[in-house]
Design a protein around this ligand. Structure first.
Ligand code: FPP
Length: 259
């Protein structure tokens, strides 16, 4: 069931820095292949990048970071790779929880996490409990996530709420329905980055990213650095977000002239 509180307001108009950055971490396999290493080595290096980018996000003043760590479609990978990814996730959570607490970063998840292996679920629970009180920075791990399954889950929950008399079908709106998405308490992403030169969205935050700016970086995820993130944020700052309006309207309103 969704939380009762209303969604966090999205990024203030005119702000050059994204409030919420979401990243499709791609290129681990190619990074490994280029070095004659097994794919799992790429994922291992990818975990080090995850740690560095969590720090970088905080240092740059970005309050929300969502990482696409495992999609619903990723179960179709070879079983040894799926097992290795679950192992890395468990390792990351075990090792990183103290650091998240030290840096006051709240951990949340989106996705069908109840289908993850018990060891991973347990570590997630420990990490989320330990960081639940922090409000300054939020790390969201998209785990067993897919935007289409998210819509199906939200529609089911919404229908149940209507049947129970908690929602009125006639009052349906995006504001009410979106409270049934996994992201009910999160602001929409302002900037979505995909690494490795691929230019697809791959079932990631399809609804929440409706007005996001997209940046496709050629850098493979294991090589992605704080400087690359800062470069993407600078490009974001030069974009004009019009939300369906014209550039002239925005200029007249004096809100988001260079955004
Ligand atoms: C895509 O690269 C990457 C993934 C499917 C997994 C991402 C996982 C990590 C970075 C490590 C675990 C995450 C956390 C949060 C601890 P790919 O394998 O599709 O690369 P390729 O397209 O070059 O083959």
């Amino acid at each position: 069931m969704p939380a009762a509180s209303s969604p966090v307001p999205s990024q203030p108009k005119g702000s050059a820095l994204p409030t919420h950055v979401a990243i499709i971490m791609d290129g681990n396999g190619r990074w490994a292949r280029q070095r004659g290493l097994p794919r799992i080595e790429g994922h291992r290096r990818g975990v080090e990048t995850v740690r560095a980018i969590i720090d970088a996000t905080r240092e740059l003043g970005i309050r929300y970071l969502t990482l696409y760590a495992f999609s619903v479609e990723n179960w179709n990978r070879p079983q040894d790779e799926v097992g290795a990814l679950m192992g890395l996730l468990e390792y990351f959570l075990k090792r990183e929880t103290k650091t998240l607490v030290k840096n006051r970063v709240r951990l949340l998840t989106i996705g069908r996490t109840h289908e993850l292996p018990a060891v991973v679920r347990n570590q997630l629970e420990v990490a989320m409990k330990a960081t639940a009180k922090f409000t300054e920075n939020t790390l969201v791990l998209a785990l067993n996530y897919g935007a289409r399954t998210e819509v199906v889950d939200a529609a089911r929950a919404y229908a149940a709420a209507v049947a129970a008399g908690k929602e009125k079908l006639n009052d349906s709106s995006w504001a009410t329905f979106s409270r049934y998405l996994y992201t009910a308490d999160l602001p929409d992403p302002d900037l979505v980055i995909r690494t490795s030169g691929e230019t697809r969205v791959s079932n990631f935050l399809l609804l929440q990213g409706a007005y996001a700016e997209f940046i496709f970086s050629p850098v493979l995820w294991p090589d992605f650095t704080k400087a690359d993130l800062a470069t993407a944020c600078a490009e974001f700052g030069r974009r004009e977000r019009r939300y369906g309006q014209t550039s002239e309207q925005l200029k007249l309103a004096g809100t988001a002239s260079s955004r």
